[in-house]
Design a protein. Structure first.
Length: 572
């Protein structure tokens, strides 16, 4: 598949890679002098007792070693930097791209899967990405240079050495395929492990596990995943070891064959002893770059499995995206007139629409209350205003502008959502509130908390606003978290509000506090309230009854009571 695509990742670093290649070529050329120096030592300097020449030759050998080692350091430094930067680029691209994915992606993806790909898969590429380019360049030049030198020494002996190539290449291809399949399984298993960690050791997961007594079975699942990983790694390592063993045998056989060839009556005397020794030394030196190249091709091919998993994420289309030509709107001066025109929406794969031909007109600054049974589409309707999803048909407009034509950042500034589930970050209460508006002063934060009826509660915490909320805010009750969420939304000061109230779970005392907070929040804004208790609906400017995605009744409390329909029956 995507060797070209992988190469493209390195394109921005072509200069660094060119330098690395040049360093490697230079170093191999310098290294090539060694066997010729050796031959001169054995055939000329030693027999001729030429001490001066011998001293020069030996000094030359040391110099060659020094220069090639220095080149090696430079090359490692540049190559590692390039490799790390490529990984950094991939990591940030995946993070940025997934960040833009719609809610639909996250509802269908297992918690833990995404982390696993960003950490395990990209981490697994590390060695490949940092070493492949240099390994290819280094081994290829060494191999070619060595081969040339061998041919220069004796082309006949070189031909004999060539017989090892076909079996070596054949073995390598087989191992590479095997490893690639194993790598795919390994990464999948690592993701499973991560999912089990997420499901077993996150705050929600552990609560469920303790409540259900499923701890032991989670441990078993984890143990099984972990054991499969051992198995896979063993398979992967062994696949390589057998090949290495067979190759070593083949390579070891060549010098033997060469000595034999040199000593046969027909050929005897054709090569000098110096040539023979220099040749076998070279030939030994060929073994390393060749196995290096073969190993690199194995790791590149098996890493295709990792790249495939990462590219799969990078190729996900962004369903809810910034428009190509956004309509300029100023969030500060938007009035907040929300309209639904013939809006229908179906969840992917659902057989019936969650919303079907909904028309609503919510004048700026007015309140609309949505009532209806669970599953009637209330939450869905709210999410369309914030563009968590796009309608399948029809349009949602704010001040006459389709929300799909607004910049996402503008829309986020205009529409605020307080949902039934509140997510708090693992930091202080103050920072959680400031997350909504980084420029907020401590006084702003306190004012918002007061309006949301949560200041007294926060002030009573051991460290007040600097208390850590803990993982996902589990130290707070549902009503408390919701009021913190309200304070957060107050800080953002959106013109349009969607409130998915969950006051039904609260006791009357708390409900009153939360309701007051909601009222403070709603004042002067266009508000869509999803009401779970009819008591909170009475004063809304409009009340809309949803049933299976259809608007079945609409009016004020008084008019709906007078109509004696569903609402009247519910309110009675
Ligand atoms: N992410 C989703 N994927 C598929 N179906 C969904 C999803 N969310 C909600 N639904 C379905 O859409 C319908 C409306 O749901 P929702 O808007 O949450 O109702 P309400 O908030 O009124 O209880 C329900 O039938 C529900 O099962
Ligand atoms: Mg709902």
């Amino acid at each position: 598949m995507s060797l070209r695509r992988i190469a493209a990742l390195f394109a921005p670093y072509r200069w660094q890679l060119a330098i690395v290649t040049a360093v490697i070529v230079a170093s191999s050329l310098v290294g090539l002098a060694s066997p010729f120096l050796l031959r001169a030592v054995i055939d000329t300097a030693l027999p001729g007792r030429n001490v001066r020449l011998l001293a020069w030759l030996v000094a030359g050998m040391v110099a060659v070693a020094a220069v090639t080692s220095a080149f090696g350091v430079i090359q490692t430094w540049i190559a590692t930097r390039v490799g790390q930067q490529v990984m950094h680029g991939l990591r940030t691209r995946v993070f940025g791209h997934l960040q833009r994915q719609s809610i639909a992606f996250f509802t269908r993806t297992r918690a833990g899967e995404v982390q696993s790909r960003i950490t395990n898969d990209i981490g697994g590429m590390e060695s490949v990405v940092t070493s492949t380019a240099t390994s290819i360049a280094a081994n290829l030049t060494t191999a070619i240079a060595t081969a040339v030198a061998m041919a220069a020494l004796s082309w006949q002996l070189s031909l004999i050495s060539l017989v090892v190539m076909p079996p070596a290449i054949y073995l390598t291809r087989r191992v590479a395929r095997l490893r690639r399949a194993i790598t795919t399984q390994q990464q999948r298993e690592l993701a499973n492990l991560n999912v089990t960690i997420e499901e077993g050791l996150s705050i929600n997961g552990i609560q469920l596990a303790k409540a259900m007594g499923t701890g032991p079975s989670l441990v078993r699942r984890f143990t099984a995943s972990s054991a499969r990983l051992i198995d896979l790694e063993l398979q992967s390592q062994l696949a390589g070891r057998w090949r290495m063993a067979s190759m070593s045998i083949i390579f070891a056989a060549i010098p033997a064959v060469i000595y034999l060839a040199a000593g046969l009556p027909v050929t005897a005397g054709a090569v000098t002893i110096g040539t023979l020794i220099a040749f076998t030394t070279l030939q030994n030196g060929l073994f390393r770059p060749l196995t290096g190249l073969l190993n690199t091709s194995v790791s590149v091919i098996s890493s295709l499995a990792l790249f495939a998993r990462i590219f799969e994420y990078l190729d996900l289309p962004v369903e809810v995206d910034d428009p190509l030509h956004p309509v300029p709107v100023d969030p500060a001066s938007v009035a907040g007139h929300v309209r639904f025109s013939a809006v229908s929406f179906s969840y992917p794969g659902a057989d019936r629409p969650a919303l079907d031909g909904v028309d609503l007109d919510i004048p700026a600054g007015s309140t609309l209350a949505l009532v209806g049974e669970t599953g009637s589409g209330k939450t869905t309707l709210g999410s369309l205003v914030a563009r968590l999803y796009d309608p399948t048909a029809g349009q949602v407009t704010i001040d006459g502008v389709d929300v799909r034509d607004m910049r996402l950042s503008d829309l986020a500034a205009i529409v605020g959502v307080v949902s039934q589930e509140t997510y708090l970050l693992h930091t202080t209460v103050r920072e959680n509130l400031r997350y909504a508006r980084p420029s907020a002063t401590d006084a702003d934060i306190e004012a918002a908390a007061r309006a949301a009826q949560v200041h007294d509660l926060i002030a009573a915490l051991p460290e007040g606003y600097d208390t850590m909320v803990g993982s996902r805010g589990h130290r707070f009750s549902g009503g408390e978290k919701q009021r913190i969420a309200i304070a957060r939304t107050l800080l953002r000061d959106p013109r349009v509000l969607v409130l998915d109230e969950a006051t039904s779970a609260l006791d009357t005392e708390t409900e009153r506090a939360v309701q007051q907070a909601f009222n403070a929040l709603a004042a002067g804004r266009t508000t869509i309230t999803i009401a779970h208790r009819l008591s909170t609906v009475r004063d809304a400017d409009q009340i809309v009854v949803l049933d299976h995605g259809h608007v079945t009744e609409a009016g004020t409390h008084a008019s709906l009571i007078a109509d004696r329909g569903r609402y009247a029956a519910l309110a009675a």
